[in-house]
Design a protein around this ligand. Structure first.
Ligand code: UD1
Length: 335
C-alpha cells in the first residue's frame, strides 16, 4: 500500500514513516520544508536503508497534489502538514487558518478527484481544553479553543464530520494526540524545535545539555497532588504506530465512516514527576526553578484509552523513562 504522508519530514511525520515501513507499507512524503530539515531524509535513510520518495510540494497546491496522488497510486493519506506554534497563531491567526484549514480542504479535494478514500488526520487533545473529568473520553464535549492553532484543529475535525455526513466517499479518523515526546531509539530522527522551545521536553533536554538556563516549572499551586500540571506524555514511536493501526482500521471499512480517537498512554504525569524521572533515569545535571503559571495552560488532562484499544487495537508500549532517554540521546546527537 502506498501512503501519502503530508508533513512527512516533520517530527511525528518522520517517525510515522518509520512505522509505516516497519509494517510493510510504502510512505510517500509531501513536505514544503517550511518547518522541517532536509537532513531528516538522511536520518530516515540510515534507519530504513532507503530514502522514502519525497516531493517538495506545498499541500495547498491542488494541481500538484492531484498529480502526486495519481502518479504514486496512493491508497491512503495521513495529513500532518500544519503550523503548530500556539503563540505564533495568536499573533498571526490568518496564517494559521489559511494554511491549516486550507491544506486539509485541498487534500480532501485532491482525494475526491483521484478516488482516494482513506484519511488519517492529525488532531490534538487541545480540542478538549480543560476537561471537567479525567481521563477524558472522545464523547467529552469540546471546549472553545484557547488559541487560533487549537481552533484550526477543531474546525478541521468539523470539516471531516460534515463531509462524511454529506455522504461523501470518505473513511476518516482524527487522532487526538496528547503530548508526543521522545525520538527514534537510533537517535537518527527526532524533534527539531526552532529557537527557544515552548514545549517541556525539548526545553528539558536543551537545559540539561547546558544550552538553556534551568527549567522553569510553570505554576506550583494547581489543584493536583504536587501542585504542578498533569499531562499524558506519549512516546512518538508509539504515536507513530497508532497511525498504522488507524490505516488498518480504515482498510476494514469500505463505507463512509468518521471516528475521533484519543492517542495517549492513559496515564497522567505531573511536570515535577517528569523532571524527577529525568534526573533519576537520564542525568542529574538537570536543574529547575519554580515560576508562575503560563497563560492558557490547562491544569490536568490525560486520555481515556478505551476507544483506541477497542477500535484500533493499539496501546502505548513505551514508558516515560524510555521516552526521556530517547529524547536525551537525540539531544546529544544534536549538540
Ligand atoms: C502544548 C500546546 C498544545 C499542543 C501541544 C503539542 C500550549 C499552551 N499548548 O501543550 O496546544 O497541542 O503542546 O505537544 O502551548 N512546562 C513548564 N516549563 C516549561 C515548558 C512547559 O513547566 O518550560 C509545563 C507546562 O506548563 C505544561 C507542561 O509542562 O504543564 C507541558 O507543556 P508543553 O510541552 O508546552 O505542552 P502543553 O502545554 O500540554
Amino acid at each position: 500500500m502506498n501512503i501519502l504522508v503530508t508533513g512527512g519530514a516533520g517530527f511525528i511525520g518522520s517517525h510515522t514513516c518509520v512505522a509505516l515501513v516497519e509494517a510493510g507499507l510504502n510512505p510517500i512524503i509531501v513536505d514544503n520544508f517550511s518547518n522541517a530539515n532536509r537532513s531528516v531524509l538522511q536520518g530516515l535513510n540510515r534507519i530504513l536503508g532507503k530514502t522514502p520518495v519525497c516531493y517538495e510540494v506545498d499541500c495547498n497546491n491542488l494541481e500538484q497534489m492531484e498529480h502526486i496522488l495519481q502518479k504514486e497510486a496512493i491508497d491512503g493519506v495521513i495529513h500532518f502538514a500544519a503550523y503548530k506554534a500556539v503563540g505564533e497563531s495568536v499573533a498571526e491567526p490568518i496564517k494559521y487558518y489559511e494554511n491549516n484549514i486550507g491544506s486539509l480542504i485541498t487534500v480532501l479535494k485532491a482525494m475526491e478527484k483521484t478516488g482516494v478514500e482513506k484519511l488519517v488526520f492529525s488532531s490534538s487533545c487541545t480540542v478538549y481544553g480543560q476537561p471537567d473529568v479525567v481521563p477524558v473520553t472522545e464523547d467529552t464535549p469540546r471546549k472553545p479553543a484557547e488559541s487560533p492553532y487549537g481552533n484550526t484543529k477543531a474546525i478541521c475535525e468539523d470539516v471531516l464530520r460534515d463531509l462524511v455526513q454529506s455522504g461523501a466517499s470518505l473513511q476518516a479518523v482524527s487522532l487526538r494526540y496528547f503530548n508526543p515526546i521522545g525520538a527514534h531509539s537510533s537517535a537518527e530522527i527526532g524533534e527539531l524545535p526552532i529557537g527557544v522551545p515552548a514545549n517541556l521536553i525539548p526545553f528539558v533536554t536543551q537545559s540539561a545539555a547546558g544550552l538553556r538556563p534551568p527549567v522553569t516549572i510553570f505554576g506550583s499551586d494547581y489543584n493536583t497532588p504536587d501542585g504542578t500540571c498533569i499531562r499524558d506524555y506519549i512516546h512518538v514511536m508509539d504515536l507513530a504506530e497508532a497511525h498504522v493501526k488507524a490505516l488498518a482500521f480504515l482498510q476494514n471499512h469500505s463505507k463512509t465512516i468518521y471516528e475521533t480517537v484519543n492517542v495517549g498512554t492513559g496515564k497522567g504525569s505531573s511536570v515535577l514527576e517528569v523532571l524527577e524521572t529525568f534526573r533519576a533515569t537520564v542525568t542529574p545535571m538537570l536543574q529547575f526553578v519554580w515560576g508562575n503559571r503560563r497563560a492558557g495552560d490547562v491544569e490536568a488532562t490525560f486520555a481515556s484509552v478505551e476507544k483506541v484499544e477497542t477500535c484500533l487495537g493499539w496501546r502505548a508500549k513505551r514508558p516515560l523513562e524510555e521516552a526521556l532517554q530517547d529524547a536525551w540521546r537525540w539531544q546529544l546527537r544534536l549538540s
